[in-house]
Design a protein around this ligand. Sequence first.
Ligand code: ADP
Ligand code: MG
Length: 910
Amino acid sequence: IVLMFTLHLFFQVDKFLYHMRLSDENLMDVSKRFRREMDKGLGRDTNPTAAVKMLPTFVRSTPDGTETGDFLALDLGGTNFRVLLVRVSSNGKQKVEMENQIYAIPENIMRGSGTELFDHIAECLANFLEKLGIKDKKLPLGFTFSFPCQQTKLDESFLVSWTKGFKASGVEGRDVVGLLRKAIKKRGDFDIDIVAVINDTVGTMMTCGYDDHHCEIGLIVGESLSYILRQLDLVDGDEGRMCVNMEWGAFGDDGALDDIRTEFDREIDAGSLNPGKQLFEKMISGMYIGELVRLILVKMAKDGLLFQGHTTPDLLTTGHFQTSFVSAMENKKSGLVSAEQVLRGLGLDPSPEDCVATQRVCQIVSTRAAHLCAATLAAVLRQIRDNKAAERLRTTVGVDGSVYKNHPQFARRLNKMVRLLVPDCDVRFLRSEDGSGKGAAMVTAVAHRLAKQHAERQRILNTLRLSRDQLLEVKKRMEEEMNRGLAKKTHATATVKMLPTFVRSTPDGTERGDFLALDLGGTNFRVLLVRVRSGKRRSVEMHNKIYTIPQDITQGTGEELFDHIVHCIADFLEYMGMKGASLPLGFTFSFPCHQTRLDQGILIKWTKGFKASGCEGEDVATLLKDAIHRSEDFDLDVVAVVNDTVGTMMTCGYEDPQCEVGLIVGTGTNTCYMEEMSNVELVDGDEGRMCVNMEWGAFGDRGELDDLCTEFDRAVDDQSTYPGKQRYEKMISGMYLGEIVRNVLLDFTAKGLLFRGKLSERLKTRGIFETKFLSQIESDRLALRQVRSILQHLGLTSSTCDDSILVKEVCSVVSKRAAQLCGAGLSAVIDKIRLNRGLEKLSITVGVDGTLYKLHPHFATIMRETLRDLAPNCEVTLAQSEDGSGKGAALITAVACRLRDAGNPSINIL
Ligand code: ADP
Ligand code: MG
């Protein structure tokens, strides 16, 4: 019978409060509306008219647990004004100790002048420091200032308007940090480093963030409401995330909630100090829950549904039904007793039914509050999940506030509804202790740690940054080495070998015929058939096939290597339906070679990982011919041994007669250019010019770059196939840039400056960080989350947004240095050509090939800038060459054949 009776009462109350009870669908709908409000608040153009303001806080990171030191905090705008000393230690286990002192702010100061108020705050601070005997230490301080503010920096915040009883004149519209600094300076008896000014919600998040690194939401459900962390486009610079003070209490101020607001909500609003404002807050926060219940009870009494139609003056008085009453009445055990006591306290004489009904009203009002809170929180969670592009979000919400903490059912209802609305999030709710005090210190501690770490990272990265003077020095030394390489006397000890190629001119367009070309020394080994046409149908047509050279053959014997090559040629001829054909062949062999004729090249040393025995010191054309004879399959006429740089220059030269330099920035790097014969001392004759293959990758092998080399360059060199060799190349080319980055990342991680100090096994693997990742990561079109997915691919699964930003910075520092070094070397070459010819100004084209140069988003631009800066008297056109090593070899062969067919006795004179 009792149960029936209760059910009947519930039914009556529920019917009366029908509009206060929101279904799951209603809540989902509110959640979606709120998500739109968030977007509106975040958008630069939509923000001015948005109800939910999404204020930037300039807090960009949460604690990582390594913070340490002593920090001061001021807490103004909460129940009490306090000064705190917070001691954070991280040795082994994290610990936070606090000392705090409450100071009174007299009524006359709260409402007096701003100067008086800040003088008073400074006075309290001085007193606190004095008491603890730390007045002479210049400690960092965080300032919790919980009033509506327009924040512009972490340590600059302009008060919009006073609330909570404060009214000090001359403060609104001013930077409160500035005012505090001024007051302290005026006293002159102590000094303080004010690092941050924050709002209490931020403090809540930061305090929980210290205990749980997943915490990225702070929520306060007390007298007032709030808050999140995410990318924000109100602030310039769209990298990374920032904590946003949502000020979500204003949700609905533009009418967005009108359909779910009840007559009681309207009544509360009408009787409030700020009608039409903070409409969402008025449905949820502790300041209004009790009052909502009171209004409902009054209405029900007047309708004769309660208290036999009686009201009392107390029940009719605003504020006499406190939110704490609601908490007491909803207590499972003592709720009914409390209900009777409370109602009697209001002068009523309630029947048992009245008590049950009143309890039910409380339940409905507080449940609605918890559920609305869940709906908006769900929107925030979905937003964070989408920002991270994660399928499941695992996150923690730091919570504070009297309603959340004291109401017996609120927390449970909130948690349950959040899980229902966002089933794909694992949410943990963590109660925050003293967010406004400890939180300010935490923000300060984090800012302090970040500043220290930032300085340390920059110190390391600076070793990879080159000044203009250093680049000029590189140019000068390159010039010296070029001269040493060219001169007979010094050639033997020169690092830049300046090898004669016996190519003396570029094509003239009358070349024609079918040619074979081989390309060895790049990423792939290729065989090509090139058809060159002259006259009206002047064109180059190419067919090619790529072959792999297995690792054991590059490291085996020379005979095996060349037999393999011949095998591939035979396969290609068959594939082209030209089995047994005998064609002129150009052999692009991209390793340093001594040439005494065009059709001969004596390998000086292998580079780029090749190691086949019995080749160094031998003529590679002969090695190839011997292998052809061994196969007895076909015959070929080896006309030219060509370096890929020369092929690149020739290919560009076919289109542009001004092209007299060839540059490669691919797996390795190298350059060739047209030098005056009079300077090429290794070849007799002073007439005309000859193309010189610089082999500049070896620049630095006598220590010329040691003063620029970093520990990372030394590590990459140590781990390479030929330590001590190709030092310049190892700072520039595709085979090494990723490795340099990887070594920097390893160092940063070991020093705790990246990935929270956690080394991933995969990152320890040589070659795992490919140079193509630099191109991807540095691409301006790439969002940060894509950088993260690249890092994830490298096994760095728990990387944060800050990690991504840093990795990107490392990549750009390393590739910038490469492009600048390359540009500095090239400026030496070009200026030399200019001086050779005694020109004031030189206009010249450089043919460039190589995947790094072509695909890296900034390499070409930076190199061009460096050239402009270091060789201002040269107008350089950088022309991309298409397949210089294939087409170029064929063109050189074609020119040689043309001259030979014309009866020229020496194929060397091209
Ligand atoms: P090679 O120099 O061997 O003839 P490439 O010019 O194609 O061949 O260069 C290959 C090198 O380019 C590879 O070693 C790799 O490091 C680098 N690379 C490949 N893709 C990219 C990319 N997207 N961005 C930058 N470098 C790349
Ligand atoms: Mg190549």
